[in-house]
Design a protein around this ligand. Structure first.
Ligand SMILES: Cc1cc2nc3c(=O)[nH]c(=O)nc-3n(C[C@H](O)[C@H](O)[C@H](O)COP(=O)(O)OP(=O)(O)OC[C@H]3O[C@@H](n4cnc5c(N)ncnc54)[C@H](O)[C@@H]3O)c2cc1C
Length: 411
């Protein structure tokens, strides 16, 4: 079988990419390993999705449904319960091998869109010692149990991590009847959006403990208690500060890591700052014909931006593979990262969408984008928080595109 574009992953990024690639005239195959489309949105029953795009507060399934309905209008072929196991270069593009209900299949395509989302960091990833008992879950696994399978993961819960996912799960488990003993955070400031601190914790009297982490778990077959320790500025546990908290469930909301096994296999260079691929303004990676979008590219805070990058990848993956002239985009120390990390000056540079995060909480900042020694864009911010991703649109049209730098400095 031959397709112009193969999209791997049927979450919001992959759905948007497949729709746009098809609308741009490409024959498209969308491969999804689960039984239903929608990705992580299927289990996000809270509202707050789509505020930027639709001006409405939708639940995750409602947001996904709008794109699934759109997809049905196109000629995109969808292969569910299909897991991509191998990808390699072929004469005219790429060869994608996947396992599905019919066995092992291989298809050829001109371009590939990687929309594989994120993985969650696990107990091993953060070195929590102790017994190997039941009752320790990642936030996504706990969310799947409650919201999709209708099973409570525990009755007395400790949540580790105050990012949005941890906050949302603390509220969700409380609403379903669990007692949340507290949300514990190793940093000295909460990681989640301010609105979520209020709506998920304060409104439900759930305590938030800062500069603390879980250092050990205890339980014979089921979790019985966790050991909590204070941490220093480097987030190392401080000996002698240990305290025990009784619980039968530990929810780990300790970070997402872009899922890039396939990118690695295809020798796509990854940015150590984002853990996703280096891309140009069209979401094309350093490998011609391979595109990355959504959470596989970098961890987004809002699904609206996930869909936006999916659409960009989709439109451009449908076109022919053209010769690019890539110029690097450099950042200064106060920025955690900027995406895209390169500009293809052979392509349209007049409306370049850039996403960035600050490396720490900063007030009164000025962002400057310069090229060829000239300032081409500035914006001031009263406050910048690392959990909140920022989006700007820059016109590089008349600028010399050598020496592109994005800088944050005090206002
Ligand atoms: C608990 C939680 C709460 C959130 N709350 C909000 C919110 O309030 N507002 C908001 O805007 N956003 C929120 N988000 C973020 C939003 O859900 C994500 O940004 C978005 O779902 C990411 O989309 P994606 O398509 O990149 O990845 P995903 O949704 O993760 O989709 C990736 C898809 O790729 C598939 N896949 C992966 N590897 C393979 C493979 N090898 N073969 C085949 N298929 C594969 C997966 O099965 C999955 O379906 C929340 C996220 C979580 C987890």
């Amino acid at each position: 079988m031959k397709y112009d574009t193969v999209v791997i992953g049927g979450g919001p990024a992959g759905l948007a990419a497949a729709i746009k690639a098809s609308d741009s005239g490409a024959s498209v195959l969308l491969i999804e390993r689960e039984a239903r489309l929608g990705g992580i949105l299927k289990q996000c029953v809270h509202d707050g999705f789509g505020v930027v795009r639709f001006g409405e507060k939708l639940s995750g399934p409602e947001y996904a449904d709008r794109f699934i309905k759109e997809l049905k209008r196109t000629n995109v072929q969808v292969s569910l319960l299909s897991f991509v196991t191998r990808t390699q270069k072929s004469q005219n593009g790429y060869e994608i091998t996947y396992v599905c209900r019919d066995g092992v299949k291989t298809v050829d395509c001109r371009s590939v869109v990687l929309a594989t989302g994120c993985r969650e960091r696990t107990r091993n990833g953060i070195c929590v010692h102790g017994d190997r008992c039941a009752g320790v879950y990642t936030a996504g696994a706990a969310q799947n149990l409650v919201n999709v399978l209708g099973v409570m993961p525990g009755k007395r819960v400790v949540v580790l991590g105050s990012g949005d996912i941890g906050l949302i799960m603390a509220r969700r488990l409380t609403l379903e009847g669990a007692k949340v003993a507290g949300v514990y955070e190793a940093k000295s400031v909460p990681s989640g959006l301010t609105r979520n601190i209020h709506q998920c914790l304060k409104d439900f009297d759930i305590p938030l403990y800062l500069s603390k982490t879980v250092t050990r778990v205890f339980g014979t077959s089921r979790l019985e208690r966790v050991e909590i320790s204070d941490v220093d500025e480097k987030m190392h546990p401080i000996a002698g500060t240990e305290q025990l908290v009784d619980c039968d469930c530990l929810v780990l909301a300790v970070g997402l890591i872009p899922e890039n096994e396939i990118a690695r296999e295809m020798s796509v260079p990854l940015d150590p700052k984002t853990k996703g691929a280096y891309v140009d303004q069209n979401c094309q990676t350093k490998e011609d014909g391979i595109y990355a979008c959504g959470n596989a590219l970098h961890v987004n805070d809002l699904v609206d931006y996930v869909s936006e990058s999916g659409e960009t990848a989709g439109v451009h993956s449908a076109g022919p593979v053209c010769k690019r002239d890539l110029k690097p985009i450099k950042t200064d120390g106060k920025l955690l990262y900027v995406v895209p990390q390169m500009l293809d000056v052979n392509s349209d540079v007049s409306k370049v969408v850039m996403y960035f995060r600050a490396s720490e909480e900063l007030s009164a900042q000025k962002l400057t984008v310069s090229a060829g020694g000239q300032t081409i864009f500035t914006k001031t911010y009263n406050k910048l928080l690392p959990p909140e991703m920022e989006r700007i649109v820059v016109d590089f049209g008349k600028a010399t595109t050598d020496g592109i730098t994005v800088r944050l400095e005090d206002k």
